[in-house]
Ligand binder design. Structure first.
Ligand code: AHG
Ligand code: MN
Ligand code: MN
Length: 330
């Protein structure tokens, strides 16, 4: 465990130096996970550059195809997927890649020890309107022996088996927030230097907050328990904040305290968000920050995925708020 004071002293460290200094925390430290985190950071800088040019060059709007969930793909979804896939395959540390944008996993045909699940561009509907979007990633160790074919046990791992996870937020500034199971640290991108610097060491979410984030337009179809919890939020004068980009809503609640909920709805009877490349990473981050993530009954990190693009109801945020929401029964 890194002491808070040691991290606090490292404010202003570049991401690179921070990764190097903390490499000894990884159970199987051989430098590959460090390199993998650097590859993600590099790809995020490329995507950030594209995101900032949206509107100037022809990268807005739909591309005319659909993703794994049948949703219309935006040009930036596809572009971000290409950038991350390229960076991760060049690095050689990742042997298989699970992405929202591809139906089955991608075998990178190398001896990499890690498997990665990624939502390359989260918040697609906000691309064209200049609102914050993000990238979400989960990193697992490969279980089968190197040299053999990628097996189901490599791909369908529980969130509790993640070795690292995090997200990039392309907002008013760009931030990379990640955990390797030793707390959560946030880095802010300094565009003139082209570097991420540690700006938010040892992030902790307040145990209780006053923000609730849910798409209330769907409220006619919420389960009774969620309907009652939303009423509880109103009765307690909580503020409603919903950006519609999971990463951005999550990040705000992490800093200020709050709860994000995407429950079952009429259209999405098992929830909308994807366990493997949206919920697991954020669940790992929130637990490391002292918060909680559940599907209403079960800890997200304990759910065994049955398929790559499995969806789940998702409640995440301040521990006391998530516990309260779980407690209320319909
Ligand atoms: P993506 O852009 O990767 O498909 O994810 C969109 C997700 C998530 O970011 C957001 O919180 C949620 O969809 C918003 O859904 P609604 O528009 O149904 O509220
Ligand atoms: Mn998403
Ligand atoms: Mn996406």
């Amino acid at each position: 465990m890194i002491e808070a004071s040691r991290i606090a002293q490292s404010i202003g460290f570049t991401l690179d130096r921070f990764i190097k200094n903390n490499q000894d925390q990884f159970q199987f430290a051989t430098g590959e996970l460090s390199q993998l985190l650097r590859d993600i950071a590099l790809a995020s800088k490329v995507v950030k550059r594209e995101v900032n040019k949206a509107g100037l060059i022809d990268i807005m709007g739909p591309i005319g195809s659909s993703n794994s969930g049948g949703e219309s793909q935006q040009k930036l979804d596809v572009l971000a997927n290409i950038r991350f896939t390229r960076a991760l395959s060049k690095g050689g540390e990742v042997c298989a890649l699970i992405s929202e944008e591809t139906e089955s996993f991608v075998d990178l045909n190398n001896e990499g020890k890690y498997v990665i699940a990624i939502d390359p561009l989260d918040g697609s509907s906000n691309i064209d309107v200049n609102v914050s979007i993000g990238t979400i990633f989960s990193i697992y160790r490969r279980k089968s022996s190197v040299g053999k074919a990628i097996a189901e046990e490599d791909i369908l791992q529980k969130g509790s088996e993640q070795v690292a996870a995090g997200y990039v937020l392309y907002g008013s500034s760009t931030m990379l927030v990640y955990t390797t199971g030793h707390g959560v640290n946030g880095f802010t991108y300094e565009p003139t230097l082209g570097e991420y610097f540690l700006s938010h060491p040892d992030m902790k979410i307040p145990r209780q907050g006053k923000i609730y984030s849910i798409n209330e337009g769907q409220s006619n179809h919420f389960p009774k328990s969620i309907e009652l919890y939303v009423k509880y939020c109103k009765d307690n004068n909580y503020s409603a904040r919903y950006i519609g980009s999971l990463v951005a809503d999550f990040h705000r609640n992490l800093l200020k305290g709050g709860i994000y909920i995407y429950p079952q709805t009429l259209e999405h009877t098992t929830g909308k968000l994807r366990l493997m490349y949206e919920c697991n990473a954020l669940a790992f981050v929130i637990e490391q920050a002292g918060g909680k993530a559940s599907d209403g009954q079960n800890r997200i990190l304990d759910i065994t995925p049955k398929s790559l693009h499995q969806r789940t109801p998702f409640l995440v945020g301040s521990i006391e708020m998530v516990e309260k929401a779980e407690e209320i029964r319909g």
